[in-house]
Design a protein around this ligand. Structure first.
Ligand code: PAP
Length: 327
């Protein structure tokens, strides 16, 4: 069996973190040991990474953080944010200088807890996020990430996706990096873990609610976006994103077709066809092509039984009751 990625393991934790873990709720799943920190479940090395981040990250006010629950379209959001910030390169005489043509979006926008703070508590930040302003990303819930942001007014964009589609996407991804057949038994066990709220970065409902509440409390700092809306009205949503980030498209840019060029550059078809995404690997040694699959809304209907659908819907409805958030 392939070795587990480092963020899922438990071989890089300090004595202090070991003591902390011994005081936390703990569980085990088929991949390893999990503990619940600030309301969310993490494998131990990831917990260490996010404590490193919370303790040592020095934000700049201009930093931008792209946040999501796993498999909610993070790669797409990263690509769009890069394309918005770097759009002058798309119109230049030498479009080959565009960063998205030579690197995967995950190579350009690092995760705090996966790429930056996993191996060391004090990474050399100049190696990461060379864009200006700096773009970072995370799968942590908002309250945990805010500890690392201290009081900085960094902008945060959260991309939310139908959790049933995210579950199917995660199932395919997990089978791929574990070199396993895409088996129904694995999906069943992931479904059970999801429903119990005990799985990496779960419970999903608390995750989404942290960003939902943050976006209501401080709409200038936290933007709540939805994958499904990006699919149905990409033009409107990419303009909304650019405006929120403080880089709105000008009338001239719109008239010249630049918004559509950005969308085309970031389309699943285009990105997945680029050589770097067909053959390259991320820092974590994951094949770049594993971040691109179907990108469809409602693909879960091909895999989940009506009973599974009902159970997930009922849990989500109950957990979100009174929040105003509908998923
Ligand atoms: P991550 O959490 O590991 O970063 P993430 O990018 O959030 O992964 O999720 C991958 C999903 O986004 C895949 O969905 P699927 O399995 O249902 O197909 C992937 O296909 C989809 N995706 C990646 N890039 C794009 C894109 N440019 N447009 C639309 N969907 C995309």
């Amino acid at each position: 069996m392939a070795e587990l990625p480092m963020n899922l393991r438990d071989d890089n934790i300090s004595e202090e973190t070991k003591t902390l873990i011994s005081s936390l709720p703990r569980e085990r799943d088929s991949q390893g040991k999990l503990c619940k920190y600030q309301g969310c479940w993490y494998y131990y090395n990831t917990l260490q990474a996010l404590i490193n981040f919370q303790t040592n990250f020095q934000p700049r006010d201009s930093d931008i953080v792209l946040a999501s629950f796993p498999k909610s379209g993070t790669t797409w959001l990263k690509a769009l944010a890069i394309a918005i910030l770097e759009r002058s390169k798309q119109n230049s005489d030498d479009p080959l200088t565009h960063p998205l043509l030579s690197d995967n979006p995950h190579g350009i926008v690092p995760f705090f807890e996966i790429d930056m703070y996993l191996k060391t508590a004090t990474p050399d930040l100049t190696k990461f996020s060379t864009s200006s302003p700096s773009l970072f990303s995370t799968h942590m819930p908002l309250h945990t990430m805010k500890e690392g942001l201290k009081d900085s007014p960094c902008k945060v964009v959260y991309l939310c996706r139908d959790v049933k589609d995210a579950l199917i996407s995660r199932w395919y991804f997990r089978c791929k990096y574990q070199n396993k057949q895409v088996a129904g038994s694995i999906l069943e066990s992931m479904f059970e873990s999801f429903c119990s709220g005990v799985s990496f970065y779960d419970p999903f409902w608390d995750h989404a609610l942290s960003y939902w509440s943050g976006s209501l409390e401080n709409p200038k700092q936290v933007l709540f976006m939805r994958y499904e809306e990006m699919k149905t009205e990409p033009y409107v949503q990419v303009k909304r994103l650019a405006e929120f980030l403080g880089y709105p498209f000008t009338k001239e840019e719109e008239e010249s077709g630049l918004v559509n060029k950005v969308l085309e550059l970031c389309s699943l078809r285009n990105l997945s066809g680029l050589e770097v995404n067909k053959t390259g690997k991320t820092w974590m040694n994951v094949d770049n092509n594993s971040y691109f699959r179907k990108g469809e809304v409602g693909d879960w209907k091909n895999y989940l039984t009506p009973e599974m659908e009902t159970k997930i819907d009922m849990i989500i409805e109950e957990k979100l009751q009174g929040s105003g958030l509908r998923l």
